[in-house]
Design a protein. Structure first.
Length: 180
C-alpha cells in the first residue's frame, strides 16, 4: 500500500494492509518491532504480537509466504522466552491440506502455536464474505503459544452490522490480570 500510495491516488477497492490496535493504557508499554505492508510486529510486556496479511494463492505466493515466515522466524528467535500471539488474514484455511495450509501448520508446530477456534461460538464459521460474487471462506485466524491456552476466555468471529468490510473480525480475549 505504501508503495502504491506514493505512485498515485488509490480509487476503488484498496488491497492489503495490517494493523494492531491497542487501548491507550497499553500503548505506553508497546514497542514496534517490525512493519511492512504485510506484517506488523509489536512487543508488549513479555509478548510478541504479530499480525500478517499473507498473499493469495498464485505462482509467486509461496516465495512471498516463505520470505514473510522466515523474517518472522528471525524476529521470534531474537525474543526467547516471549509468548507469541500470531494472526491475521492467512488467505487459506489452516485446517485444510492445501500446500499453503500445510506450510503454515509446520510454522505453527515449530513455534508451538495453537488456534483456539475449537470452541467457536459462531454458527457461521466464515471470515471472508464477498456477497456480490457469492464467495465465502474461513481465512482469518488468531493463534497463541500453548502456554496461553489456560488464559483464553473467548475466541469468536464477530459479525456485526457496523462492519462494512468483506472480512469479519476474529476476537481473542485473554483473562484480565492473569496474563500481563
Amino acid at each position: 500500500m505504501d508503495f502504491s500510495n506514493k505512485k498515485k491516488i488509490l480509487v476503488g477497492r484498496p488491497y492489503g494492509g495490517t494493523a494492531i490496535l491497542l487501548k491507550c493504557n497499553l500503548s505506553t508499554y508497546a514497542e514496534l518491532v517490525f512493519i511492512t505492508d504485510r506484517v506488523v510486529v509489536i512487543k508488549i510486556y513479555n509478548y510478541i504480537i504479530i499480525n500478517v496479511y499473507l498473499p493469495y494463492k498464485s505462482l509467486t505466493s509461496r516465495e512471498k509466504i516463505d520470505n514473510i515466515l522466515s523474517e518472522l522466524s528471525g524476529i521470534i528467535s531474537m525474543h526467547p522466552g516471549y509468548h507469541l500471539i500470531f494472526g491475521g488474514d492467512l488467505n487459506c484455511n489452516i485446517h485444510d491440506k492445501s500446500p499453503t495450509a500445510l506450510y503454515l501448520q509446520s510454522f505453527m508446530t515449530n513455534y508451538e502455536l495453537i488456534c483456539h477456534d475449537y470452541n467457536l461460538t459462531s454458527r457461521n464459521v466464515c471470515t471472508y464474505n464477498h456477497a456480490t460474487l457469492g464467495h465465502h471462506s474461513y481465512v482469518n485466524f488468531i493463534m497463541t503459544t500453548k502456554y496461553l491456552k489456560k488464559f483464553i476466555s473467548n475466541y469468536d468471529i464477530v459479525d456485526t452490522e457496523v462492519n462494512l468490510f468483506d472480512h469479519t473480525p476474529v476476537l481473542l480475549t485473554l483473562k484480565a490480570g492473569e496474563v500481563f
